[in-house]
Each structure stands twice: as C-alpha cells, then as structure tokens.
Design a protein around this ligand. Sequence first.
Ligand code: GDP
Length: 297
Amino acid sequence: NLMVEEDRPEDLTPRAPIVTVMGHVDHGKTSLLDYIRKENVIAGESGGITQHIGAYGVMLDNGQKITFLDTPGHEAFTAMRARGAQVTDIAIIVIAADDAIMPQTREAISHAQAAGVPIIFAINKVDKPTANPDKIKEQLATMNLLVEEWGGKIQSEDISAKTGLKVKELLEKVLLEAEILDLKANADRLAQGTVVEAQLDKGKGYVATILVQNGTLRVGDYMLAGKNHGKIRAMHDERGHVIKEAGPSTPVSVLGLDGAPTAGDKFVVFEDEREAKQIAAKRTQLQRELSVRTQKH
Ligand code: GDP
C-alpha cells in the first residue's frame, strides 16, 4: 500500500515492525503494553516512557526497534482498517492462561487473518497458580492453529505481563517474524502514513499522533491529514523530546494542523503549501456536496 511499490528497490531500507496487541477483555492487553512502555525491557534506555501518545517505539539489546500501537483491542484495529489503513505488520494476541479461548480471542484471530497479518500468541498470566498454558495451546490446535511447540508454525510465548516474565523473549519473536516479513521503506522521500489519534490541547492547539510509514517527516513540512492540513510547527517523540525529523515506522506527535483528523486517516506531505491547500479545499467542497446530497434524500 503506502506507495512502497513505487519506490525503486535500491532506495528501500529495513524498517521496524509495527505491532498491535489484541485479545479478549481482561486477558492482559493493557498490562502488556504498559509493561513494555514503562519497564526497562529495552537496552540503552535510561527510563521508561511515561507519556501516552497512542504509539511508541522500543529498542532491544541488539539495537533493533519495534513500534507498538498503544491502543489495545481490535476496535482500533478494525476502525483503522475500515478507513483503509493497513498499519499493523504483526498482531500479538493475548490469551489468559487461567481462562480459555474466548469470543474476542476468536474475533482477534479472524481480524488478523483477514488482514493477512501474522499472529504471535502471548499466553499470559502464567504467574497464576491456576494458569494452564498447555490447555490454551490444545484449544488453539483444535482451531487449526498449531503453535511451534505443537509442531506448527505459529510463534507463541508463555508470559506474565504482571511480572514481565518472558516478555523480552516475546519481543524477540516479534523481531524474528519481522525478519521473515522483510519490511522495508524509502526514508528518502516526502513522508506518508496514518493518523493514530488526535485531540485539541488547550495550550498547544491540535495535537496529532501519527505514524510515519514511508519517507521522512520534517518540521516545516506541509501536511494533509484526512480533511485537515497545516505546516508542522513542532514534533515530539513518545518521551516528550523535541525532534526535527521522523523516518519510517516512527510514531510522532505533531503540532500545526488546523483540526483533529480521525484515527485511521492517511496523511501525506506536499512539496509546497499551495498544492496541499488546494486539495484540502477540494475535499471540504466534496464533503459539503455529499452532505447536501444526503440531506436531500
Ligand atoms: P485487558 O482488558 O486485556 O487490557 O486486560 P488488563 O491488562 O486490564 O488486565 C486485566 C486484569 O488482569 C488486571 O487486573 C491485571 O492486573 C490482570 N493481569 C494482567 N496480566 C496479568 C498477569 O500476567 N498476571 C496476573 N496475575 N494478572 C494479570
């Protein structure tokens, strides 16, 4: 999708995988995302990320990076897909080992499969005395989902999002999957990507968290995001640090848009301001015509 096909192979370089965490309610999605965000699972980092901007990146011992969409649950996943945004490269599906495969687990699995996104199972809560990860794997096998331990191809890890047990190993499996996917982007072009979330901040104006999927975004770039546009005034990373540019697979919060675009909206950067404004005006007009038409009916 994001025009990577249009880039010449020699311009493409590896990019970090973008991961979504899904699963049944209370199985531990938020706990896992929080653990990865806050704890020092990451080498060479002085501290965890305290801010919530809807997405964050972590770096492993070997210097490899993973980007997480920090919006647990498949609602966000499906909302983005409904808007045509294919953001996720890999889905971690969390299953509580003291429970069973539940309706939302099945839903998450079918969403990932429908999107052609590889799954890694995180069999969670193994710190609990009542945990029975084997029972979960057996259940998965009856669904034709064979994990590696059972002779299949799907990766899984028995973890505890609470104590952090084997979370690092889980992340290493994510990197392994990413290697197979051979994810690439062209950092040397105008940025494009997807809006993760956006809101109006009283002091700062409209703040949008976006995920750069191809190209490099720079302060001063003119952006069109959904029906909003504007010149990027400032950018911050997930640690709140000021940054000047953001390459592929980087989540970043941007200031300067004239409104709050919707999660899942695509964004593009234009060579010049005039072109972006013309397209934004055209979109607004189209929308006006559409709403007039729907009112008539
Ligand atoms: P979510 O609805 O999938 O986001 O689930 P949460 O992360 O909110 O977790 C639901 C409950 O399970 C919370 O009370 C967590 O503290 C608890 N929980 C999550 N992971 C673990 C775990 O690994 N071990 C234990 N013992 N409890 C956990």
